[in-house]
Design a binder for this molecule. Structure first.
Ligand code: KIV
Length: 272
């Protein structure tokens, strides 16, 4: 069932900016594989993020740092094969764009060429301005990511709310303006006070897509595996769970085991 307010045949970066102009909220979810992407896309989601959260969700790492460019390209290619309507944005992984703009461009080109993705996402503000410009100059759309930026977890030390103090809030506002001016088409704003997020959304013409940033922004993003309850150890305040698939799946697996052990499965009808 699609609940999109307006039927867009194909979502582009321009569609998102128009949605903001028209006051239509943007929906975004993650996907890392073909089967999940097919369901998410056909549900009418606007943006699919092939997030580097795949490092946690798919590979079981503690942080997003270990995932490689090749692994991101593998995930993105699988997602792209499933897509008919959504815009697909792919995270540039840690270490592939921070050190120098030429390397950033090479990494972004590999993602676009080898996976067929529509845009890339990078974490950070003024410190990666030159890398962002270089990627944009090559015609590759860039989504920014400010606030809590998980690739910098060892600098922050915790995953708590960012920009609660004045200096950090001021820097964040400046970074958002810089990203807009540089030519980014949208910004993810993660785990910052709702009032600050709303101020930022009002200060720029490009969409601000929040995660733990309140309702005053232009759209929302969640990690799909969290919102459908496949993961259950992660319980931040901002997470709304729409399903409890961990329990549902565990029950199904339990029943299957019982049926196999008892000889109930397969029945006569389930064999040749
Ligand atoms: O990697 C990811 O899934 C993200 C979202 C949390 C925005 O960056």
């Amino acid at each position: 069932m699609s609940v999109a307010k307006k039927e867009y045949k194909r979502i582009t970066t321009k569609t998102l900016v128009d949605m903001k102009k028209n006051g239509e909220k943007i929906s975004m979810l993650t996907a890392y594989d073909y089967t999940m992407a097919k369901i998410v896309d056909s549900s009418g989601i606007d943006v699919i993020l092939v997030g580097d959260s795949a490092s946690n969700v798919m590979a079981g790492h503690e942080t997003t740092l270990p995932i490689t460019l090749d692994q991101m390209i593998y995930h993105a290619s699988s997602v792209i094969r499933a897509i008919e309507r959504s815009l697909v944005v792919v995270d540039l992984p840690f270490g592939t764009y921070q050190s120098d703009p030429k390397e950033a461009l090479r990494s972004a080109i590999r993602i676009m060429k080898e996976s067929g993705a529509h845009a890339v996402k990078v974490e950070g503000g003024k410190e990666i301005k030159e890398s962002i410009k270089r990627i944009l100059n090559a015609g590759i759309p860039v989504m920014g990511h400010l606030g809590l930026t998980p690739q910098s977890i060892y600098k922050f030390g915790t995953y708590t709310v960012r920009a609660k103090d004045q200096d950090e809030a001021t820097q964040l506002k400046e970074d958002a303006l810089m990203l807009e001016k540089a030519g980014c088409f949208a910004i993810v704003l993660e785990k910052v006070p709702a009032q600050l997020a709303e101020e930022v959304a009002k200060s720029v013409t490009i969409p601000i897509i929040g995660i733990g940033a309140g309702g005053g922004v232009d759209g929302q993003v969640l990690v799909t595996h969290d919102m459908i309850g496949m993961t259950h150890e992660f319980n931040p305040r901002f997470l709304r769970r729409y399903l409890d698939l961990y329990t549902e799946m565990s029950n199904a697996f339990g029943k299957y085991i019982t049926d196999v052990k008892s000889g109930d499965f397969p029945s006569e009808k389930e064999q040749y």
